[in-house]
Every structure is written in structure tokens, then in C-alpha cells.
Design a protein around this ligand. Structure first.
Ligand code: C2O
Ligand code: CU
Ligand code: CU
Length: 485
């Protein structure tokens, strides 16, 4: 859908949310000159959340969500909202089988929750919007991570109507579950959390304008571990295992490292069976993670990890996005040459088996006219999110086949809480492409007009959310509720 001047839209769907959640920024406001944000510093070590427990198998800690002033710019500090004053939020690292007890203290002016994106935790521990932690309150989340769930997850707020704002103000962090026996344990690991930042002319975090609410927010910066275009000195070994998070509200990351190839070894929920070699690029939709092995080969130069142009069917003018240089990778310190082949298999990937029930989820958008203005609604099965409505019902431990259909004109990343699913096939224009390999995912992208079929199963009774992971669409109501009985 091509419509001139996205700024002329209004989102009636958001009127209620925005009246109490946040005012609307004027469309097309002037943003901070990108040159004013320093870049090129060495990639700093990722801050980690310290374990307060000395008991084996127990991880205990506190996360305080609060405003913090960060000296990003010469002109003065920028206010973010952060966990433990840290950007990104401190990295949580546990081992499968561990019990996790994390107390959230809410020092924000809004209700919040912590959602453990992708992790198999019981619904009542998963930070659903039904269980808000009010300003000044605290709450302890507690869960035990089952064997076999090693993977690359993350955490972020999920309160009703405020998820997008709290995430773009800085509240998000990585969560790694380590395997007891990791076939790639010997490799140097890199943790790259990619997030979006939009600063106004005064260097403060900009509010969303109507275009952001429509298309999803994309600021003038993509940060890597909260740094602009940092420099990464590649391991002297000549090989690294990268865990990459797309923690952006709406930006698709079409990652390329010109002159090098990626080897895919893991997706959202852990390692895949066999490495997929020779990838010249890898697309990470909002919410997704990947584990990529990068080999220096013979190179001793510098390469730029780039987010290449990706056309996701945004509305309004299709401005040629400029490719974003996001990370300088310096191979000059590499000394090793011949590297051993990666182990095979990396993991055993059981097929979830024969589905016993079917579900259909349809994403659509609807243009309406309100007070002479175009208004847009983002819908799931023809409806906007309602916290008091159950949209779908599943049975505990029953494998289901879900057909997810995108009838809208834009890409939307589908995300289901509480479990990892297996994509079976993708269909465009009647052509069905079976998925080439099994992988654990909790988020899958849907192109305009695409249908994706997944096998999925839920292991606890309770309410689970499913939604578009463009966070502005989630706030606008592109979300449904699954009741597991
Ligand atoms: Cu990452 Cu329902 O969210
Ligand atoms: Cu989630
Ligand atoms: Cu969407």
C-alpha cells in the first residue's frame, strides 16, 4: 500500500492508549544529527546480572526498572529507562535445570512486568499484561528451566499498552540458558544485542509519531550493546560464535558481513542439528535471535557488519533506507589459520510429531476513515486485542498445527509465548516451500501475503499471548490470547 505522507494518518485504535500512555510527537520532527552520537569505540563487555545465591542450581537476583541519566552526548545526559542502570539490561546467564528467582522493583511512573521472551516458564511467571507490577511495587518471578532448553532468549516489559515505550526507552536485556554439554563450548562467544534509538534534537528519546505507530518505530540509530558502531577485535583463534538479538521495536536486520560468510548454528531456542554454512546474509526480524559462527579465514582486514536494505512493505513513502553500518569487525589480530570442522550433529532435533488440533491466525490491517482522516487498525483474526477475551483454546501437551496468514501489506513477525515451535512450511502465491531444516523458534516473520505453518505445543495451563513483535503493532492490538487447559 503506497500512500503519500504517512503523517496524515491517525490511529484511532491508539487514541485510548496514547491519551494516558504518551502524547504523540509531531510527524516529521527534526531528529538529532547522527554525527553527534560518538561511535567507533571498542565494544565494551556486556554487563552481567550477578547471582546472589550460593546454592547450586539456584539463580537469584534483583532487577530494578528506573529512569537513569546516561552521558551519551557532549551536550548533556539522555534519560533512559533501564534495568539496574544498565544499557542493555544486564545479561542473565544460567544453566538448564536451574531455578531462577528474580525480583522486579518498579521505580517507573508506569505499571510494568518482565516477560521472559521465548523461555518455557509457567504462564503466571511470564509477565503477562494481566499481572502488572504497579509503580513503587515489587514482585518476584520464579521458575525452573527444564533440561534441553539451552538457547538465546531475552527479557523485556509486557504491560498493557506500555510495552513499546518501555522497550524503546531502554528496558530489555539478554538471557542465555547454557547447556550442561555444549558442543560449541570451546569457541569465543560474542553477545550482540541490536537495538534501535531515536533521539530528538535535544538529545532526548523521541516520542513516537503517527508514522512510528503505523509502521513501527525506527530511529536514526541502531546500537550494538548500546554503543554506536563499536569496534570488535576478532578473536585471535580466527573463529567466533555470535549470539545476535534483534531487540529493535520494528527494524528488520538483514545482516551482512561483506567478504565473509555466516554459518548458522542456532535459532531462538537453541542449536540446530547441523550447521548451515555459506550464508552471505541472515535476516533477523524484530524479536528473533540467531547463533552464527564467523570464521576469519585468511582475512586480516576490517569488515563492517551491516544491516542492508530490506523492504518490509512499510506504508507511506518508500524512502530508500540507507544501509546502516553497525559494527566494525577487525580481523587483524587473527593468528590461527586451519580450523577444525564444526561438530555434527550439534543437537538432536526431534520432530514434534503428528498434530492433534489445528488453529488459524490471520494478521490483517484495516483502513477506516475517521473525522476525515485515515485511520489504521492492525487485527488478529479480524479483532483487536481484548484482555478480557480468550481467542484460542489449546490443551496441555497436545501438539497443534498453526497456520499463520498475513493478509496485510506489510511484514509482521509472529511471536507466541511460552514455548518454542517448529516451522513446517511457508507459502506464497500458492507455492508451498517446506522448511529446509527443523529449528526451535518463538518468532517467525510473515511477508505480505505469506502463510506459515508451525507445529507447537504448550506445557502449562494458563493464558499465553501471541502477537506481532513490531511493538507498536502489539500496543495497537495486534495480539491475541491463547488459553491452555
Ligand atoms: Cu518479546 Cu510478547 O514478547
Ligand atoms: Cu514473548
Ligand atoms: Cu506488525
Amino acid at each position: 500500500m503506497l500512500l503519500a505522507g504517512a503523517g496524515s494518518f491517525s490511529l484511532n485504535t491508539l487514541a485510548a492508549a496514547m491519551s494516558n500512555a504518551m502524547p504523540l510527537a509531531p510527524a516529521g520532527m527534526t531528529l538529532l544529527n547522527p554525527a553527534l552520537l560518538p561511535s567507533g569505540a571498542d565494544l565494551a563487555a556486556m554487563p552481567k546480572l550477578a547471582n546472589q545465591s550460593i546454592e547450586a542450581g539456584m539463580f537469584r537476583a534483583t532487577l530494578t526498572a528506573a529512569p537513569v541519566k546516561v552521558p551519551l552526548l557532549k551536550s548533556g545526559p539522555t534519560e533512559f529507562w533501564a534495568y539496574n542502570n544498565t544499557l542493555p539490561g544486564p545479561l542473565i546467564e544460567v544453566t538448564e535445570g536451574d531455578t531462577v528467582e528474580i525480583t522486579l522493583i518498579n521505580r517507573l511512573s508506569q505499571p510494568t512486568t518482565i516477560h521472559w521472551h521465548g523461555l518455557p516458564v509457567p504462564p503466571e511467571q511470564d509477565g503477562n499484561p494481566q499481572q502488572p507490577i504497579l509503580p513503587g511495587q515489587q514482585h518476584t518471578y520464579r521458575f525452573t528451566l527444564p533440561e534441553g532448553c539451552a538457547g538465546t532468549y531475552w527479557y523485556h516489559p509486557h504491560p498493557h499498552e506500555f510495552t513499546a515505550e518501555q522497550a524503546f526507552r531502554g528496558l530489555a536485556g539478554g538471557f542465555i540458558v547454557r547447556a550442561k554439554h555444549d558442543p560449541l563450548a570451546g569457541l569465543t562467544e560474542r553477545h550482540l544485542i541490536l537495538s534501535d534509538l531515536k533521539l530528538d534534537q535535544s538529545g532526548q528519546i523521541a516520542l513516537n509519531d503517527s508514522n512510528d505507530w503505523m509502521n513501527g518505530r525506527e530511529g536514526q540509530f541502531v546500537l550494538v550493546n548500546a554503543q554506536q558502531r563499536p569496534r570488535l577485535r576478532f578473536s585471535a583463534q580466527g573463529r567466533e560464535r555470535w549470539r545476535v538479538w534483534n531487540a529493535c521495536s520494528a527494524r528488520y536486520l538483514r545482516l551482512q558481513l561483506p567478504g565473509s560468510e555466516f554459518t548458522l548454528v542456532g535459532t531462538d531456542g537453541g542449536l540446530i542439528e547441523k550447521p548451515v554454512h555459506g550464508l552471505s546474509e541472515y535476516l533477523l526480524a524484530p524479536g528473533q535471535r540467531a547463533e552464527l559462527v564467523v570464521d576469519a579465514g585468511r582475512r586480516r582486514d576490517t569488515a563492517i557488519l551491516t544491516g542492508a536494505i530490506y523492504d518490509r512493505g512499510k506504508m507511506g513513502k518508500v524512502a530508500p533506507e540507507k544501509a546502516l553500518a553497525i559494527l566494525d569487525v577487525d580481523f587483524s589480530a587473527v593468528t590461527g589459520s586451519k580450523l577444525a570442522a564444526l561438530p555434527v550433529p550439534l543437537a538432536t532435533m526431534p520432530d514434534l510429531g503428528t498434530p492433534l488440533a489445528r488453529k488459524q491466525v490471520v494478521f490483517s490491517e484495516q483502513m477506516t476513515m475517521e473525522n476525515g482522516q485515515h485511520a489504521m487498525q492492525f487485527l488478529v483474526n479480524g479483532k483487536q486485542y481484548d484482555m478480557n477475551r480468550i481467542d484460542l483454546v489449546s490443551r496441555v501437551n497436545e501438539v497443534e498445527l498453526w497456520e499463520i496468514v498475513n493478509q496485510s501489506d506489510m511484514d509482521h513477525p509472529f511471536h507466541l509465548h511460552g514455548t518454542q515451535f517448529q516451522v513446517q512450511s511457508r507459502e506464497v502465491d500458492g507455492v508451498v516451500t517446506p522448511e529446509p531444516f527443523l529449528a526451535w523458534r518463538d518468532t517467525v516473520n510473515l511477508r505480505s501475503g505469506e502463510t506459515v505453518r508451525i507445529k507447537t505445543v504448550q506445557h502449562w495451563p494458563g493464558i499465553r499471548m501471541f502477537h506481532c513483535h513490531i511493538l507498536e503493532h502489539e500496543v495497537a492490538g495486534m495480539m491475541g490470547q491463547l488459553k491452555v487447559v
